[in-house]
Design a protein around this ligand. Structure first.
Ligand SMILES: Nc1ncnc2c1ncn2[C@@H]1O[C@H](COP(=O)(O)OP(=O)(O)O)[C@@H](O)[C@H]1O
Ligand SMILES: [Mg+2]
Length: 252
């Protein structure tokens, strides 16, 4: 089982959009679990799953409830979701009170190691204990970068934070790119060649991506030929190569 954390210190950069689309891409070949770690529950909403964890996430962390009981299937083959509900607002505190508080996510995932090939974690923003847990468990950390004079800082911050926790590689890519803006065009031309952790994948800012919110579906399921959908396909290929997920088909 390979674990991919989609993470940034920043909000609104496209983490959830990336997590949903990467998981959908991965589910073409693998058994995938997408874990919504953000109390806002955007991933849960986008995949039309009820935002309800029986007993709350605390019962999962404490071992009172099994994680398999909280996992829900989606409209897509091989793609399951572990949804978030309001109880996730207290997850930092729950972890803080637990033993080995940065290893709880990894421990919970151990329960389903035989059931899934790929786990995608949709992280909340910030350098919280939840993020630390996600990074601790991750084989790679995927970082969406919105072009701006500050995006290099965000790359550096995330790289340092990740390095303080694990040896997981950071796979960064440019997200929400508007080529009409000079800063964005410059970022596309310069960043991937200047930094080895920045891939050449570019996800454009488009209305089709925004439509995910009304369709409540991965972009590839309703607009597969768009540049954005293809970019997420390329991103999964890059991530798959980094985590070395074995390309063996699982049909259920
Ligand atoms: N490539 C894109 N083009 C247009 N809108 C986007 C794109 N990526 C994300 N968005 C929109 O931006 C908002 C924030 O994206 P989201 O994935 O929720 O970010 P985060 O999880 O980092 O907070 C959402 O409304 C989403 O639909
Ligand atoms: Mg999000």
């Amino acid at each position: 089982m390979k674990v991919v954390a989609v993470y940034s210190t920043k909000g609104g950069v496209g983490k959830t959009t990336t997590a949903v689309n990467l998981a959908w891409e991965a589910a073409k070949d693998f058994r995938v679990l997408l874990w919504d770690l953000d109390p806002q529950g955007a991933t849960t909403f986008l995949l039309q799953v009820k935002p309800k964890v029986k007993g709350g996430v605390g019962a999962l962390v404490g071992g009172k409830n099994k994680v398999s009981g909280a996992i829900r299937s989606t409209a897509y083959a091989n793609l399951d979701v572990l949804p978030a509900d309001a109880s996730y607002r207290d997850l930092d505190l729950v972890f803080d009170q637990a033993k080995k508080s940065e290893q709880r996510v990894a421990k919970i995932l151990g329960q389903v190691a035989d059931d899934y090939d790929v786990v995608v974690l949709d992280c909340p923003p910030g350098a919280s204990l939840v993020a630390e847990n996600a990074i601790f468990s991750a084989d790679a950390v995927v970082l969406p970068l919105v072009p701006s004079p500050l995006s290099m800082r965000s790359l550096q911050q995330v790289a340092e934070f990740v390095a303080s926790i694990s040896k997981a590689p950071v796979v960064a890519f440019l997200s929400m790119v508007d080529r009409r803006k000079t800063v964005h065009r410059e970022a596309v031309e310069q960043l991937p060649s200047a930094h080895k952790s920045v891939t050449d994948v570019v996800v454009p800012a488009t209305v089709q991506v925004e439509r995910m919110g009304t369709e409540r579906a991965p972009i590839g399921s309703f607009s597969p030929t768009t540049e954005a959908a293809r970019a997420y396909g390329s991103l999964w290929a890059r991530v798959q190569a980094v985590v070395k997920a074995k390309a063996r088909k699982h049909k259920r």
